[in-house]
Design a protein around this ligand. Structure first.
Ligand SMILES: Nc1nc2c(ncn2[C@@H]2O[C@H](COP(=O)(O)OP(=O)(O)OP(=O)(O)O)[C@@H](O)[C@H]2O)c(=O)[nH]1
Ligand SMILES: [Mg+2]
Ligand SMILES: [Mg+2]
Ligand SMILES: [Zn+2]
Length: 393
């Protein structure tokens, strides 16, 4: 997403305008969001009048716990803390609620400086990598924009009180000229700007293809054991990069149902010759895992294609993302690459994170009687650039 748009949200905050944050995946709801440190009487009144949901202030849970704020008992995992008030009034007026939000973002305050239970709902945001709700995304958004990591949020309800009416939300945003951003977009910004993967161990790896180094990582992004296999490339040149998703059946068992195994070996060969990086991502079966891939194979044995098989099992045709690959490239200090792939989606996602893919080189796997229909499906339904494979069409 473009940085100019993101900065314009910062300007809006400074000019007293909230942003609308849409959750398209978990709750299908939208909230107004505003930095707690800038909250005032007027914006609080706007939140209550046009948002109409639950008015909350959110901060990182670790920070709140450290300052003495405590969680309410919960039987479903919600992270509500004791509601609070600042000052000596009743706490409910918009000026009082705004001040309570300002004071929460002042980290010198502790629970004892507030009255409780009060009129402002306090929520602890989890790590964004473990939960992607309005609480976490709003805290990260204001933090990424240079504000203290405390946000005010309220759900937006329509005229009938329905919280899931995103058409209404979009019209409302247009009416008040408010920017709209999705949690997914904030997540991508977060991945782009944070350092979530770091090199943890490096060792020599002689292989049949040649000498490499293998890198293991400390991974706060998704906790998976991705690896990179690196062959030093000439100074000043752009490294050849292969981003390969795990395929246990193809890579390890030499299955002929797909082209993965032969792609892996020709990628290693080309990288051994030219220098470059192979990133091995642990997202088996286009992100659905091995057992589900076998279920998908079973459906494909009955005649449906690999795209429909995923859908039939309740998944997207392709569940993968390349956030980890981006973070690994960043940890290796690589920003410009030549990518070995036939898959335009890989290029698009890496470019969105700011990697410049100078060019791609095709990487054709071996065509067999067993993978012909599979490869045709990839070409037709996933737009893979497989036109050059002899015998496929
Ligand atoms: N769900 C599902 N996954 C499959 C199937 N066949 C292969 N895969 C997975 O598809 C992925 C292929 O990964 P890659 O080779 O890196 O990516 P690609 O989309 O083929 O793109 P390029 O090879 O870069 O052109 C692996 O995770 C395989 O396990 C299948 O029939 N169903
Ligand atoms: Mg909500
Ligand atoms: Mg492939
Ligand atoms: Zn495969």
């Amino acid at each position: 997403m473009d940085e100019e748009f993101v900065q314009s949200i910062r300007d809006d905050f400074l000019n007293g305008k909230p942003v609308v944050v849409i959750d398209e995946e978990r709750e299908i709801e939208a909230d107004f969001v505003f930095p707690a440190e800038l909250m005032d009487e007027r914006i609080t009144e706007f939140f209550v009048r046009y948002g109409k949901g639950l008015f909350c202030v959110v901060g990182p849970e670790e920070n709140l716990l450290k300052r003495g704020f405590f969680r309410l008992p919960s039987n479903y995992g919600a992270n509500y803390f004791v509601p609070i008030d600042w000052g000596t009034g009743t706490g409910i007026s918009t000026i009082e609620r705004a001040t309570t939000c300002n004071k929460i973002s002042d980290e010198t305050t502790t629970l004892q400086d507030f009255k409780y239970p009060g009129h402002v709902t306090l929520i602890g945001a989890k790590e964004f990598t473990t939960r992607r709700g309005h609480s976490e995304s709003s805290v990260e958004l204001v933090r990424l924009l240079g504000f203290k990591p405390f946000s005010c949020i309220v759900e937006i309800l329509d005229e009938t009180g329905n919280s899931h009416n995103l058409e209404y939300v979009k019209d409302l945003a247009k009416h008040f000229k408010l920017k709209v951003i999705t949690i997914n977009q904030i997540w991508k910004l977060y991945v782009k700007h944070e350092k979530l993967i770091e090199v943890k161990a490096v060792a020599r790896l002689p292989t049949e293809y040649g000498e490499f180094e293998i890198y293991a990582f400390d991974n706060k992004l998704d906790g998976k054991e991705h690896v990179a296999i690196v062959r030093k490339w000439p100074d000043q040149s752009i490294p050849l990069v292969r981003i390969h998703s795990e395929c246990f059946t193809g890579d390890t068992l030499s299955s002929l149902r797909c082209d993965c195994g032969s792609q892996l070996s020709s990628a290693l060969k080309r990288i051994a010759e030219n220098g470059g990086i192979l990133i091995y991502l642990r997202q088996e079966g286009r992100g659905i895992g091995l057992t589900n891939k076998i279920k998908a194979y079973s459906l494909q044995d009955k005649g449906i294609d690999t795209y429909e098989a995923n859908v039939k099992l309740g998944f997207k045709p392709d569940e993968r993302d390349y956030a980890a690959a981006y973070q690994i490239l960043k940890s290796l200090g690589v920003q410009r690459i030549v990518l070995l792939t036939n898959n335009p989606e890989k290029v698009k996602q890496l470019e969105d994170f700011g990697i410049s893919v100078e060019r791609t080189e095709r990487l054709f796997g071996r065509l067999t009687e067993h993978n012909k229909f599979y490869l045709k499906t990839k070409m037709v339904r996933f737009n893979h650039l497989l036109e050059g494979i002899e015998g496929l069409i």
